[in-house]
Write a protein that binds this ligand. Sequence first.
Ligand code: AMP
Length: 311
Amino acid sequence: MKTISTISELRGLCDTVRGDGATVGFVPTMGFFHAGHVSLMRYARSAHDLVVASIFVNPLQFGENEDLDRYPRDLEGDARHATAAGVDVLFVPSVDEMYPGGNPRTTVHVEGLTTPMCGAARPGHFDGVTTVCAKLFAVVGASTVYMGRKDLQQWLVVRQMAADLNLPVEVVGAPVVREADGLAMSSRNAYLSREHRATAPVLYRALAAGVEQIRAGERRAEAVREGVVAMVGTEPQVSLEYCDVRSVPELETQHRLEGELAIAVAATLGSTRLIDNVVLTVTPAGIEADLGTIVGEGFSTSHANHTASTQ
Ligand code: AMP
């Protein structure tokens, strides 16, 4: 695996391989890899000749009081995981390489989809995401981009941006990868104290219970929402930021449950913010739910410089 830190080298390499008829799969990340990231790399590996993954902790998508400075990093561990997953090129640009001269004067904003859910709690966050993704896509060029549906809204926003701007990428959303107890894998799980780590899977259990309620015949979105909120509420350490039942891909509020839907939650435990969701299809014949894939413990704690906070 080759590590590249300049835009010109990565662009040159991607152009050259495409010139030879090869296809490119691209996995943009902020690093501190876990099995969720690795699943995206494996999807890319199975479908493309050249697999590029990027690691860039993008200052533009962090709010003033967010965790930019303490965001976990482990380049050595990440390089090992990426190599094992079959990544050909790890792109690790500096902030100066991506934003020479400071914040860019041009930013990308996706209307509508960025308003609810995480957009309401994190003003400017999605503009930071779409701006950096537009820049990365401009460097990598024609490719298939693999993103996780764990960040459902992010995936839908970036996909919309790529379509609206005619970017030469297809943005694929891959299933949520979970720890053995159901907690959605996230680099931010490293912040959780032991106690909060034990409590956090209530988000998954609440979403799964919501799915069961629908499976049992409930079709009122508010009743399902209330069930999820009540179950999360059994853990007083978990402060629920939102629980929304929305259509996919438009992210419109739902009253009656039909068609493609998501139940999505965001919550904080101490100072750690976690998000999770389940996507489901409700038809007169019944429901199909995608709760993701349980992978098992061990992977996400294998970083050398992992430091759990003591909150
Ligand atoms: P991040 O490094 O957190 O910005 O995530 C990089 C990519 O990995 C994004 O497309 C995320 O949606 C995806 N991802 C993060 N966690 C998971 C997970 N548990 N399952 C699937 N994909 C994930």
